[in-house]
Design a protein around this ligand. Structure first.
Ligand code: G6P
Length: 369
């Protein structure tokens, strides 16, 4: 009923708005801002297995798989250990090469997804150490993994995952920082700076949430659309995939996420006046590259919705619509840029009169394969 939705019309919107608090809950007791220390107790308890890992293999499905793609970049950057990210449903059936020096990370909100659970069982039977990143306490995956960290974001009811995604990315960030520090692969200056910035993420999400009304009015333009393209590079590429997934899940508009530079090898053929193109164009190391991707899109008359920083002047002039994103470190940007894409999908679906909390054909927890 209305009461459990805390005054919000849908669980999804409530869960989107809970994210500043959820991320604080997720970091609580794990980050000490004064001492500049991140401690995931499970990482400490299994230092030896984790430090000696020759490779990480992340297994997950859906939104959790997108969090895994961000985790890959975080772990490779800060720990310098190679990471593969696999769909659990593919991994489990292809006789994967695994050794006892591989660490498998299973990411699952529900902890009950049949394919992810089977991937964990397979990994264990091959002697790999398995680390779980789950939300539902006491669910099947955390019960059979060797170790793991809960994301502590509270029950997620909306079928389209929102706060679990940002919680998973927060845990993966803390995981990479804890291990990277132990491995000596991250400088003290970087480590301290990332911790300071991570602690500010909840406030920055609150800033983005203040644009809810303007995102809602912007969304009305797009109810006509049959296709959407989402583009991003680096850390923003998985965010583009996640933005596209949110839109298709609840609005039933076909959407595709793509690495912005790869667009010229296919999707650009689809761009015309009828094609909204969402571009994550924050001012990081990839900015200049993204500018030219936006110009290529504009030249084909795509309708551009850009996520930009306040001081942006270049993309602001080319894009048709802009959403402002508070500045943060590149490696933490997904935690902020994901929020407006959740809101965009939500409002487009609401405008189209769709049941956002219970989209057709989808289940919250897929316990059959
Ligand atoms: C279903 C849900 C998605 C979720 C996926 C994986 O498809 O609708 O929101 O991302 O399963 O679920 P898990 O619980 O393993 O994260």
């Amino acid at each position: 009923g209305q009461l459990e939705k805390g005054g919000f019309p849908h669980f999804m919107l409530k869960e989107i708005f809970e994210q500043p608090e959820c991320i604080n809950d997720c970091m609580r007791g794990r980050i000490n801002g004064t001492l500049h220390e991140v401690t995931l107790s499970a990482v400490n308890d299994h230092k030896e297995q984790l430090l000696n890992a020759q490779r990480f293999v992340i297994v997950a499905c859906g939104t959790s798989w997108h969090a895994g793609l961000i985790g890959k970049q975080l772990i490779e950057t800060f720990c310098r250990i190679p990471v593969e990210v696999e769909y659990a449903s593919e991994f489990r059936y292809r006789n994967p090469v695994l050794t006892n020096r591989d660490v498998v990370i299973a990411i699952s909100q529900s902890g009950e997804t049949a394919d992810t659970l089977a991937a964990v069982e397979l990994a264990k039977s091959q002697g790999a150490f398995v680390y779980g990143i789950c939300n539902a306490v006491g669910s099947s995956i955390p019960r059979i993994t060797d170790s793991g960290s809960y994301i502590h974001v509270g029950p997620e009811i909306g079928v389209a995952s929102t706060k679990a995604f940002t919680g998973q990315v927060t845990v993966l960030t803390m995981f990479a920082l804890t291990l990277g520090k132990e491995k000596g692969e991250i400088s003290t200056a970087d480590y301290n700076r990332i911790i300071d910035e991570l602690l500010q993420i909840p406030e920055k999400i609150t800033e983005v949430l203040k644009q809810n009304e303007s995102i809602a009015s912007l969304s009305r333009i797009f109810t006509y659309a049959h296709n959407f393209l989402y583009l991003g590079r680096g850390y923003s590429y998985p965010v583009a995939l996640e933005g596209a997934l949110k839109l298709k899940e609840i609005s039933y508009i076909h959407a595709e996420g793509y690495p912005a530079a790869e667009m010229k090898h296919g999707p650009i053929a689809l761009v015309d006046t009828e094609m909204p193109v969402v571009v994550i164009a924050t001012q990081n190391a990839m900015y200049e590259k993204i500018v030219s991707n936006v110009q290529e899109t504009k030249a084909r008359k795509g309708h551009i919705i850009a996520l930009i920083n306040k001081q942006d002047t270049v993309i602001r002039k080319i894009a048709d619509e802009c959403i402002e994103i508070p500045e943060t470190l590149e490696c933490l940007e997904p935690l902020v840029t994901t929020i407006p894409l959740q809101l965009l999908a939500y409002h487009i679906a609401v405008c189209k009169g769709k049941d956002v909390d219970q989209p057709r054909n989808l289940a919250k927890s897929v316990t059959v394969e």
